[in-house]
Design a protein around this ligand. Structure first.
Ligand code: PLP
Length: 477
């Protein structure tokens, strides 16, 4: 600890307004405590599962924390470490198998701390060329997995929801351009599967677009036949309104992949945009055993994948990639007197400012923890970790098939397993799920498919073992 730091009176807190931006003896103590806690949390293997508390429980345990005088950092930290953090489920717990869990690598988490300490404005090349350079290399790796051309580029946004919206705004811009004025007062139309993620409907809503739904087939996929039929059923006028076809490479509920070749072909026939939502599943592009399922993604105009899901990065991070970044720049660049300097700046080989690639301006260089982890471990480690999660998925499917009281509904394509506990009502599923969470054993919530309540496990954490899964399945007996 540095001892020659200034100290300021700890009572008579009126001086905090001055001191809170300076490093002094008090903040040195706080820094040690914060870093020590962060490292302890990183070392937990596994972390406690923890769980939600009610508002009144939290009010009783924590009370009010915002005061005129301040609590002091050590007290505020203690409230977080002993109360608040315990009321947040640990997504990286190996038995967190609900929704899409998160399992960031240690290097990615460590670098997240560095990123915060570095105070980088990640919106422009002028202000953060070094960060953007590294983020772009990470994006290039992701783009290369999809066999996108070297000229493709993109940006890291907060999540799949922001990524889908930003990509579809570009699609609409391109469609309006193509209309040369004829489409200016027309509502755009998106074509998407009934299995598409809810964020596609949210994007349509934000863009005042309509969606025509392609009914997913018996396996939950958008098939070429159903897609062609849906488009053929539209009248001529509506076909002109199609600004994008959205396919999903790894649906969130079932983990299945749409017919990407057919979707790309229909987009080509209609001269419209082809977007692939790979927020969850496109991470598996780097896994040799399932790479072939993604054939057709190379035809997309844009695609997304969330490193905060299955690419082992921390929240919040989505890689959004465009085949033709110039179109994205034209659709998204904000113009203002005070921002003109960013457009005039010599960009060298950089394609554009990150802020010009999506619906945002200020941004954290949120791709850096992911970049650091890939740079540290190399891409082969990602392939291997991905295969570990795919393997545990296959072993889980086998355990379910061998069981007398469980029924596998679908052979898993990626890392999601959906199955039935024979004879259970929706209430029984929910009671079991609550019990597992209350006991700190596992977090598995029910889902529904075709109106039936079922169980769903999503594997993205290489630290999940088959013994843990087996324990969960046994508890359903
Ligand atoms: C998770 C998911 C999204 C939304 O991503 P967020 O990062 O939660 O906003 C979109 N599409 C698919 C297929 C997803 O799995």
């Amino acid at each position: 600890m540095a001892t020659n730091l200034p100290s300021h009176p700890t009572s008579g807190n009126e001086s905090d307004g001055y001191w809170m931006h300076y490093h002094d003896q008090d903040s040195e103590k706080l820094a040690d405590a914060v870093i020590e806690y962060a490292l302890d949390r990183i070392r937990l293997d596994p972390p406690p599962l923890d769980g939600p508390k009610t508002l009144s429980q939290l009010q009783a345990l924590v009370g009010n924390t915002i005061t005129a005088e301040g609590l002091g950092g050590l007290r505020a930290l203690e409230i977080f470490t002993t109360q608040l953090s315990r009321a947040c489920i640990s997504v990286d717990h190996p038995s967190f198998l609900s929704f899409i869990p998160g399992a960031p690598t240690e290097s990615a988490v460590l670098f997240d701390l560095v990123l915060s300490a570095s105070n980088i404005y990640g919106g422009s090349w002028l202000e953060s060329s070094g960060a953007v350079y590294a983020e772009n290399q990470a994006l290039q790796w992701v783009a290369s997995l999809a066999n996108f051309p070297k000229t493709s580029s993109g940006v890291f946004v907060s999540g799949g929801t922001a990524g889908n919206l930003s990509a579809l705004i570009v699609a609409r811009w391109k469609w309006r351009q193509r209309g040369k004025g004829a489409y200016d007062r027309m509502r755009p139309l998106l074509v998407a599967s009934s299995g598409a993620h809810s964020s596609v409907a949210l994007a349509a809503n934000a863009m005042d677009a309509d969606i025509v739904r392609v009914t997913a087939d018996a396996q939950g996929r958008m098939s070429g036949a159903n897609l062609r039929q849906t488009i053929a059923n539209l009248d001529e006028q509506d076909r002109h309104r199609i600004c994008a076809i959205v396919a999903t490479s790894g649906t969130t509920n079932l983990g299945v992949i749409d017919d990407l070749v057919a979707a790309g072909e229909q987009a080509r026939v209609l001269s419209t945009w082809f977007h692939v939502d790979g927020a969850y599943g496109a991470a598996a592009l780097c896994a040799p055993s399932v790479r072939h399922l993604f054939i057709g993604i190379e035809r997309a105009d844009s695609f997304i994948v969330d490193p905060h899901k299955w690419l082992f990065g921390p929240f919040d991070c989505c890689a959004l990639i465009y085949r033709d970044p110039e179109t994205a720049r034209l659709a998204h660049t904000q113009r203002a007197e005070y921002l003109e300097v960013l457009q005039q700046h010599d960009l060298g080989d950089a394609l554009a400012n990150p802020s010009d690639m999506a619906h945002h301006l200020s941004r954290r260089a949120r791709g850096l923890p992911f970049w650091f982890s890939v740079a540290t471990h190399g891409t082969e480690a990602y392939e291997e970790a991905m295969e570990i999660t795919l393997q545990i998925t296959r072993e889980t499917a086998q355990l379910i098939k061998n069981s007398e009281y469980l029924e596998l509904l679908l052979e898993p394509e990626l890392s999601i397993v959906v199955f039935r506990r024979t004879g259970w009502s929706p209430d029984q599923y929910q009671q079991w799920s609550d019990k597992m969470l209350n006991e700190g054993r596992a977090f598995v919530v029910p889902t529904t498919w075709n109106g039936e309540t079922l169980l769903r496990l999503c594997f993205i954490n290489p630290r999940t073992t088959i013994e843990e899964v087996s324990d969960i399945l046994n508890s359903l007996n």
